[in-house]
Design a protein around this ligand. Structure first.
Ligand SMILES: [Fe+2]
Ligand SMILES: [Fe+2]
Length: 305
């Protein structure tokens, strides 16, 4: 593991967006973009309906992305996740409103090109605006706006592999539907037989709320927003990076029927997350009044982070 951490210092993602760009090479945007058929975005994927197309994502991945996944799969043990929950779920790091958190996230700078790349706030607004343009409910527009705010974990010194990346259950056997499954052999939990059965520490059909997912911005933000948003929004936030489940149909044995019903919303949300980030800059100041009003409709002015 020490070796893994050393290599992380040598070759981090130059830009957090490179993970999301890689997701788009694995799950290319259907054409025409964002068209709706029967109220469902055309990009919405359903594992039972859509045939899986094999793509050699290994060949398409940047070395830094591959290294990022190696670190993620190596270090996201059940103990690590439990420790991060003890550290962050009391939410005593900071008190701020949603818009303030957006501005705080905007201070996150990486090695990307400031002239061509959009700011974090611009990305958040693009997702929200794409959902708004398709006439979805106000809570879903708001979900698009806030779903990635948990990336502020980076500002508190958390490594990239503990903030972004595809999420997966810890404490049970790994599915080969998780991207780069070969890296799981480096995870200490891989040596613990009790954590490698298909259900591991969980019961079959126990429901995903009983399951610990690898730690990152999704899980953290799900706890920050708590009960303020309707349940489909909570599902969108907690599971939006759980690609093995919502795109590949894995881990069905841990789900209950309610999860399966709610995952339709996760799939509805995913195309907006993946494909709404265009080159066009949204006008932040012009949009701000609409979003400030929407935020106030659901959230208190100050929240615990
Ligand atoms: Fe995200
Ligand atoms: Fe996102």
């Amino acid at each position: 593991m020490a070796d893994a951490l050393k290599q992380n210092e040598a070759k981090p993602l130059e830009d957090l967006e490179h993970w999301e760009e890689f997701l788009k090479t694995r799950y290319p945007e259907p054409q025409p973009a964002m068209a709706t058929v029967g109220g469902e975005p055309e990009g919405a994927f359903h594992p039972k309906r859509d045939k899986k197309k094999f793509r050699d994502y290994r060949a398409e991945a940047r070395p830094s992305v591959k290294e990022f996944y190696r670190l993620n799969h190596t270090n996201q043990t059940l103990d690590f996740v439990l420790e991060k929950k003890r550290q962050f779920l009391p939410r005593n790091k900071r008190k701020m409103g949603i818009w303030e958190a957006m501005e705080y996230l905007n201070t996150l700078v990486d090695d990307s090109d400031p002239d061509t790349d959009l700011s974090q706030i611009e990305h958040l607004l693009q997702t929200a605006e794409a959902i708004r343009a398709d006439g979805h409910p106000r809570w879903m527009i708001l979900t698009g706006l806030i779903h990635d705010l948990g990336k502020i974990l980076c500002l508190w010194g958390e490594p990239q592999w503990a903030v972004v990346g595809d999420t997966f259950p810890v404490g049970c056997g790994y599915s080969d539907k998780v991207v780069f499954p070969e890296f799981f052999v480096y995870n200490l939990d891989y040596q613990v037989p009790g954590l490698q059965t298909s259900c591991g520490v969980y019961q079959e059909s126990c429901g995903l709320d009983k399951v610990h997912l690898s730690w990152g911005h999704d899980e953290y933000m799900y706890h920050v927003t708590g009960e303020y948003l309707p349940e489909p929004a909570q599902y969108m936030i907690r599971y939006h990076s759980f690609y093995a489940a919502h795109r590949e149909g894995a881990y069905d044995h841990l789900m209950n029927d309610h999860d399966r019903e709610m995952f339709e919303w996760v799939r509805k949300f995913n195309p907006y997350d993946l494909y709404s980030k265009g080159a066009e800059k949204p006008n932040v100041e012009a949009l701000r009044p609409f979003y400030e009003e929407l935020i106030a409709e659901y959230f208190p002015p100050i929240m615990r982070w």
